[in-house]
Ligand binder design. Structure first.
Ligand SMILES: [Zn+2]
Length: 491
């Protein structure tokens, strides 16, 4: 019986946000150790659950080390990185003899002290477990280069954005691990970087050009059974790191030349379609408000506004434009403002309150002055019910709903939160079915659920710290040749 070590240390780091990602942030989100890691993820649609499901299917035993992850903030501090990377390695050391290791990483972590953090994590684990297979799962927003494929034996990135297939990704890694340990498979990888940094809204995998890249990968898999897994990662654009940008990692059964050929082919295809992938046009807040109100007047509802540019959860620009135009039945989920939650709690349920909401972030607009009634107070944490991360817990902390009249409601939370399903409204007592316009802080993840109920979806750039036009951010460390914002393209 095979004995497999399991761990997770995952973060998507937005290096342009001032607030650092600290030990406190990881601890607040909840760090799991040992068997807790396994119990906590059982039945949740995520990578670790995929590991567990695959290993149990083959009667393998498993040992949990550490599971750490938290919300999107600025650079991860060196001490936070050391703490969890070392704990991960220590957990595997204490586990005794292992046959293989499965790690759920993200690929978008950024640490000033370690330019390639995921490779560093694998190196620290390798130093403890020695020469056994280490397989890594990654988010589609991973920024990686050859340093990772040099130290890991297998890499499996999720294929969907919204990330609805993370469990299947974990499962694929676990299945391949068993085949490798049985001697039926010899993992052999190649990586290519086409040199493109693209905004997140263009990386939706149900639309071109991402569908085109996946089709090419499927063609290769049909043509040659040794093409086992193709990771196509457009990367996380808001990280100023030396391995920023898209990458393709191809995993074959013992065929280096084939891995290289396929990786080069898909990378070249991405380069051909680079203009589409990096395309910049979306609606601004005023245009989106006009269009949303017009659509509702024609009976098209609900209109869902994905404010992709908001990365701190406190942007006021879209809501302000809607209110200025007298829009009705608007639900905003969510406004990240802990101070406002405190004020609404002090006022109490049913109280009439005037206050300024949000607008404290680096590019979030002015605080929004509103008057309304406190319609809901309570614990904002809720379980995801939509197609993404089903069964997982969303952390919002103490929260409130401010009813502005005319059916307009703002959900105010203590933590930044990206709503991806209707539970993100219903949990807070908002009558979801009555909303004509929904304002969300999301680029693509919301589509997995909202595509099924929306009259129309509008992509909005408020603007904020997650712009479609990346040239407004001051990058220093990205590769000079990365299209379209590397030094060589700026002139
Ligand atoms: Zn992602």
């Amino acid at each position: 019986m095979f004995r497999i070590g399991i761990g997770s240390f995952s973060h998507e780091t937005h290096t342009f946000l001032d607030k650092l990602t600290t030990i406190e942030d990881f601890e607040t989100s909840g760090v799991a150790y040992g068997d807790d890691l396994i119990e906590k993820n059982r039945g949740v649609r995520n990578y670790v659950c995929g590991f567990i499901t695959g290993l149990e299917r083959h009667g393998a035993s498993m040992v949990g080390s550490v599971g750490a992850g938290t919300g999107v903030f600025g650079w991860v501090t060196g001490d936070a990185f050391d703490k969890y990377a070392n704990a991960l390695a220590d957990g595997f050391r204490d586990a005794g003899k292992l046959d293989g290791v499965l790690l759920a990483l993200h690929g978008g972590m950024a640490v000033r002290e370690y330019p390639k953090p995921e490779a560093e994590i694998v190196r620290r684990v390798r130093a403890v477990v020695g020469d056994i297979p280490i397989f890594v799962t990654l988010d589609l927003h991973a920024n990686e280069d050859q340093e990772l494929t040099d130290v890991a034996d297998g890499v499996f990135a999720c294929m969907e954005f919204p990330h609805t297939d993370t469990m299947e990704t974990g499962l694929a890694a676990a299945e391949c691990m068993i085949a490798t340990l049985k001697g039926e498979f010899k993992p052999t990888m190649a990586i290519q970087k086409p040199g493109i940094i693209s905004p997140a809204v263009r990386q939706w995998t149900k639309a071109a050009p991402m569908t085109v890249f996946r089709s090419r990968a499927d063609e290769w898999r049909l043509r040659d059974k040794d093409v086992h897994y193709v990771s196509i990662m457009p990367g996380f654009p808001y990280a100023d790191v030396p391995d920023a940008g898209a990458s393709v990692i191809v995993l074959t059964n013992n065929n280096k030349l084939l891995a290289e050929t396929v990786a080069r082919d898909i990378s070249a295809l991405m380069w051909e379609l680079r203009e589409t992938l990096a395309h910049k046009k979306v609606l601004n807040a005023a245009e989106a408000a006009d269009k949303a109100i017009d659509l509702v007047s024609k009976g098209i509802r609900p209109v869902v506004l994905g404010d992709g540019s908001d990365r701190t959860g406190d942007n006021t620009l879209v809501m302000r434009e809607l209110l200025n135009r007298g829009a009705r039945n608007v639900g905003l989920a969510t406004m990240h403002d802990r101070d406002a939650v405190n004020k609404l709690e002090q006022a109490g349920l049913g109280a009439k309150v005037s206050l300024a909401l949000g607008g404290w972030g680096q590019a979030s607009g002015e605080p929004l002055a509103v008057t309304g009634t406190v319609a809901w107070l309570g614990d904002g944490d809720y379980i995801a019910t939509g197609p993404m991360g089903t069964g997982g817990k969303n952390l919002c902390g103490p929260s409130a709903v401010l009813d502005l009249g005319n059916g307009n409601q703002i959900i105010v939370t203590s933590f930044n939160h990206q709503v991806r399903d209707d539970a993100g409204f219903r949990h807070f007592g908002v009558d979801f079915d009555k909303l004509d316009i929904m304002v969300l802080r999301s680029r693509v993840h919301f589509r997995a659920y909202y595509e099924t109920i929306a009259g129309e979806i509008l992509e909005v750039e408020a603007p904020g710290m997650g712009p479609v036009d990346l040239s407004v951010l001051d990058y220093k460390y990205i590769p000079a040749d990365a299209f379209p914002i590397g030094r060589n393209w700026r002139k």
